[in-house]
Structure formats: structure tokens, C-alpha cells
Design a protein around this ligand. Sequence first.
Ligand code: B12
Length: 425
Amino acid sequence: MKMILCFIAALITITAADTSCAGSDHETLLLQLNQDLLRATENQESLPNPSIHIALRLSTRHNLLKETQYLNQLKTKFFEDIERTLNRNEPVVGRLALYVMALKSSCDDLHNASLTVGGKSQPLLTHLKKQLELEKEHIASGNRPLTNYYQYSLGILALCLSGVRVNPHVGHKLIHASLKSLFIHGDSESVDTVAMAGMALQCLKEADAVQPNEELDKALEKIKQKLVNSQRDDGHLGNEFSTGLAVQALLAMGNKVDECDKSMKALWSAARNGSYHNPMAISQTLPALQQRSYLNLKNKLCLNEDDTLTLGPTPVVLPGQTVTVQVEIEVIKADGSSSSFQIRVPSGTSLLETMTLLQQKRNDFKFKTEDSLWGPFLSVLNGEQARQSDRRYWHIASDGKSLSQGVKDYKIEAAQKITFKNTVY
Ligand code: B12
């Protein structure tokens, strides 16, 4: 009797500890993020984004009408964009993979979808396989994928989730890259890529697609360790924008990541502080907050779904402070030559707006951006292009510290020096 009572007391303590981890505002935060993502589907200015659709579909609450409308936009506008890229002979494995996963998330008929390239129509999944083969050959000849390992992993994941056999050589190349720690972003390891590779390899493991599987197990073990070791003091795995993917990967690989985990607490706290306003960031984080991962797409049935999600009123943005701050902008070109510019802007101005103002004031400062799923990617500065096809990019830092956001999302809050450096990657 005494033992039973002790057991019950222990159980009560554990339960109490568990509930104390689940913040009382979690439901409200989830609803807000879900609504923000749904609102993003109404933006007609940029290309529809399959990552947004996937997150909406993985969520517990739905607006089925809006989700169907968005899927239709993906099937026209995003689909045409992929076809155009393929017709230009440019690599597109990441976008193709996200598109396949978006269709899968709506239980759409994947096997009858096709793409027309060079006047010839072929199944969508055949194109994805071909793109992965091209990437694999590039790894074999040039030691790196045509795009990057993040996209290579996405490609494998999408094929595997669709139940298509992945060429074992394609899988092996990812296993080797994981074991050799080849996932780099700027000058540090890309936790996002480690996470995506983890989900792709876990999917292959569950499909029994790689034999013998000792190396696969070793790679998965290494990935788990890397994700766990990437934890910062504040709980984030990598940074606030990789933690969602890292948590998804850990969940997919069978780790217990509950609400009491430091990484989950960090995600909730970042959500509370408004860090996730870029729809792409929300789309990678929302599944993790709901303890779901991209691997859940594999057995998605799309039956008896909730249909209660509504938009609610658009949040009002209050006018910012009128205080102005001094910004120095330094541009370091590929040959090492540098130039400097000064501008004052109201605090809270985005870096993109700051650059636009500077461009209006000075005729020796000019820039161009390219659209991406994360928003505008800075591609040209003062006549110098840092193109991905040349494996160069404009790296952005504030007072010497690498920015964790792009030009549109980063806000100038205080006086600082922004450095744009033409960098090889
Ligand atoms: C690979 C990669 C890069 C490569 C891309 C080139 C290549 N072919 O490999 C390089 C090294 C150039 C790069 C640069 C930067 N990156 Co980066 N990148 C990634 C990564 C790992 C994968 C992107 C990808 O291939 N997506 C798949 C395809 C299908 O989507 P896509 O939109 O078509 O992909 C393109 C864009 O994503 C674009 N891109 C890459 N990074 C960034 C960052 C921003 C802000 C934008 C607008 C676009 C962009 O390049 C991709 C390839 O063409 C993501 C991780 C993630 N979670 O998404 C981080 C990620 C997107 N990058 C990030 C950041 C911060 C940057 C930089 C701003 C870093 C810096 N301080 O300079 C710069 C961009 C500066 C600029 N010029 O505008 C953050 C963005 C977070 C945020 N809230 O905005 C992420 C999420 C990493 C992280 N966890 O911090 N990146």
C-alpha cells in the first residue's frame, strides 16, 4: 500500500513538472503563427511558397478552402517557375523537392503529375530523380553538389516520402558527406543542413533503402550528436532559424524532444518575442512547435481534418520611434578594395530600406536583389555580382558579427557599421 502511494505521489510530481513546462500562452502563440502563415498565402507579390503549404498542411488546425486555393496557385505559378528553370538547364532540385512534398501534403496524385521540358513531357518524380543524379555526378566529379547539400537532402527526402526508390549511390553520397562534416554555411557548420540530411537519411533507413546499413546508422548517430552539440546557452540549436528544423530532425530520428526540452523552450520564447515573422521561418518552425516533422508527410491521409482556422483581423503595426541612428555602410569587393558610406535613418528601418535611401542619395552606391523563398537575396553591389553560379555571395555583417537575417528582415535599431563582403563559399 505504501509503495502504491509513493508511486502515485511520484506520478503526480512528474505530471506537475510536465505541465509547468507547457506555457499557458502556447495555444495563443500557435494560433497566431498559424494565422500569420495563412495570411502569407494571400500575398500576391511573390511566388507561392511550397514550404508554407507544407507547414499549413502539417498543422493541427486548417482552413481547407484557403489551403486548396494555395495548392492551385502552386500548381500554376510555382510549377511554371520550375518548368522555366528546367528549360534553362539550371539546377532546381530543392524547389522541385518542396513542390513534390507540397503535393504529398495535400494527398494529391503525385504519380500522374508531369513536367514538360524541351517539348517532352515526363513524370514529375522522374525529373526529381534526374536532378538528383546530376547532383550526384557533380559530387563525384567536383566534390560538391550543383546546388548544396541542403537541397540534395531535400531531394532525397521528397523521393523517399513519395515511396520512390532512391538510387543507393545517391544515398551513399549523403552518408559520406555527413560523416565527413561537409555541411557548411558561411564560415560555420550549417545546422539546417545537418537537420535536413538527418530527416532524409532517417527516411531512407525506415524504407530500408540503403544496404548494408552500418554506415547509415553511423551517419545518423553523428547527425544526432551534432544537433545536440549545436545547442547554445539560450537553448537554440544553431540559431533561432535552424532550431525548428533541428527539432524536427531529432523528433524524426526518435529522440524525445518534449515541452521541457531547452530547445523547445527556446523556440517558444523566440516565437513570443516575434522572431518568426518571415513566412519561411514560420514554415520551418511551426511543425516543430507541434512536435511534428516532415517525415509525418509519409503516411498523411488527409481524412477528417479540422476546418476551424480563420484569419481574424490583420495585426496593427504601431508607428516606430522617431529617433534616428547613424549607419556606416562598407562594401568590400572581391579584389579587397573597400568603400564606405554614411547615412542616418529612423531606428527600426530595415536594412533594405536603408540601402534604398542611400541609393537615392548617392550615385556611387547601387544594388540589386533576387527573389528567393526567404525574400530578397542581395546579388549585385556597386556593379559587382556575387552570384551563386560562381560560388560567391555578398556576406553581411553588423559590427563584424554575421547577420542571421537578410536585408529585408534585418532592422537597424542602433548606430552600427554594416559590412558587405564579396565572399567565396
Ligand atoms: C545554402 C544557404 C546559403 C547559401 C546559398 C547559395 C547556395 N547555392 O548554396 C549562401 C552561403 C550563399 C547563403 C547566404 C546567406 N544566408 Co543562407 N542559407 C542556406 C541554407 C542552408 C539553404 C538554402 C536553400 O538552398 N534552400 C532551398 C531552396 C529550395 O530554397 P530557395 O529559396 O530557392 O533557396 C535560395 C535562397 O534560400 C537563397 N538564400 C540562402 N540564404 C539566404 C538568406 C536570405 C536572408 C535570403 C533572402 C536568401 C537566402 O539561396 C538559396 C539557393 O539559391 C538555408 C537554411 C534554411 N533553413 O533554409 C540558410 C539560410 C536561409 N541563410 C541564412 C542567412 C542568414 C544567410 C545570409 C544573410 C548570411 C550572411 N550573414 O550573409 C546570407 C545571404 C546574404 C545575401 N546576399 O542576401 C538564414 C536566414 C534566416 C533568416 N531569418 O533570414 C538561414 C535560414 C540559415 C540560418 N539558420 O541562419 N545561404
